[in-house]
Design a protein around this ligand. Structure first.
Ligand code: NAD
Length: 332
């Protein structure tokens, strides 16, 4: 049995987590969950946003599945998600976006993976606000070491999966330093990967190309803020936030989580789509070498997604979160 840390999160988090647990149970996945939470509700009960028990659990288990955590907008505490990524140096945020039969979207044949640098750039936390002058500064700190780690992760993936091409998205024309280092480092690293062709695109053009001809992209690598925005854009290409998975991976620890947030507008209604978290859990199973279980659950999920009626409302169906999970279970 492999022990994994489970962070249910806020809003719809606990609902979609229950659905994933039910599917894992039915599939006899040899995983046991060690449940620890974080965020506002945890702060209210134990006085810590990220309790020591969660940190200990992550250090011990090395792998976690995480639901979304609410972050106050423009005030309050620093994002728990950002803190966890920085605390455990989870430098690679990996988000696949693939067209799925049965899921309606405006595009076809999308099959790409986004590698977003996860700890630096404008999310470094270097923020200053001068009350008197009413001037706000957010410093974008990008390091050679940080660039090399994310770029190598992307090239390794492209090589392993025979993707043939990697696209570096940047703003090196305007941001000559923080916007250019990733590109410079990528050009150097590319020499170690002769089977992978490297191209680069300025971020504004990248956005247009993604909505004009998304099938041209295989692996995209970019800095933190651009990656944050592009990942939601890519989710939109393949059916929306409810269906895309994500992984935060470092050299030691990995946290798998859905791309979407805590969806306060539908929380507690039992109608949230658990696909994104389940797909993240499938990525996690690959990471811990439970490939047979991963493939079996994925096949049952894909077969369910192919039939709208068996899915949740966001996908055009009428099923509740748990009914959707039962439909997946019936196909295992
Ligand atoms: P959101 O992703 O929570 O919701 C955006 C829209 O998508 C809403 O209409 C919501 O109902 C819908 N949606 C999202 N997930 C869905 C699902 N699984 N099934 C069906 N519909 C779904 O984005 P938001 O409203 O901008 O953010 C809400 C909160 O979540 C904020 O506090 C934000 O900081 C936080 N957040 C957390 C994470 C994370 O923990 N990784 C990521 C993004 C946002």
């Amino acid at each position: 049995m492999r022990q994994v840390t489970l962070i249910p999160g806020d809003g719809i988090g606990p609902e979609i987590t229950e659905a994933v647990k039910a599917v894992f149970r039915a599939a006899n996945v040899p995983v046991t969950w060690e449940e620890e939470n974080a965020g506002q509700t945890t702060f209210d009960s134990v006085g810590e946003l990220i309790p020591q028990t969660l940190i200990d659990s992550l250090n011990k288990n090395k792998v976690a599945l995480k639901g979304p955590i609410t972050t106050p907008v423009g005030k309050g505490f620093k994002s728990v998600n950002v803190q966890l990524r920085q605390m455990f140096d989870l430098y690679a945020n990996i988000r696949p976006a693939k067209t799925t039969p049965g899921i309606t979207s405006r595009f076809e044949n999308v099959n790409l993976v986004l590698f977003r640098e996860n700890t630096e750039g404008l999310y470094s936390g270097l923020e200053i606000f001068d009350e008197r002058l009413q001037i706000a500064d957010s410093i974008s700190r990008v390091t050679r070491v940080g660039c090399e780690k994310i770029v190598r992760a992307a090239f390794e993936y492209a090589k392993k999966h025979n993707c043939g091409k990697i696209t570096v998205a940047h703003k090196a024309n305007i941001l000559k330093n923080a916007g250019a280092l990733l590109l410079r480092v990528a050009a150097e690293v590319a020499k170690d990967y002769p089977t992978v062709q490297m191209e680069d695109k300025i971020i504004d053009n990248m956005c247009m190309q993604l909505v004009m001809k998304p099938e041209q992209f295989k692996v995209i690598v970019t800095t933190n803020l651009f990656g944050d925005i592009l990942s939601d854009l890519c989710a939109g290409l393949v059916g929306g936030l409810g269906v895309v998975a994500g992984a935060n991976i470092g050299d030691d620890i990995a946290i798998f989580e859905a791309v979407h947030g805590s969806a306060p507008d539908i929380a507690g209604k039992g109608i949230a789509n658990p696909t994104a978290l389940l797909r993240s859990a499938i990525m996690m199973l690959h990471h811990i070498d439970l490939k047979e279980e991963a493939n079996r659950i994925e096949a049952a999920l894909e077969a369910t997604l192919a039939n709208k009626e068996e899915c949740t409302g966001d996908l055009g169906g009428k099923a509740s979160t748990m009914a959707f999970a039962q439909n997946i279970i019936s196909k295992l």
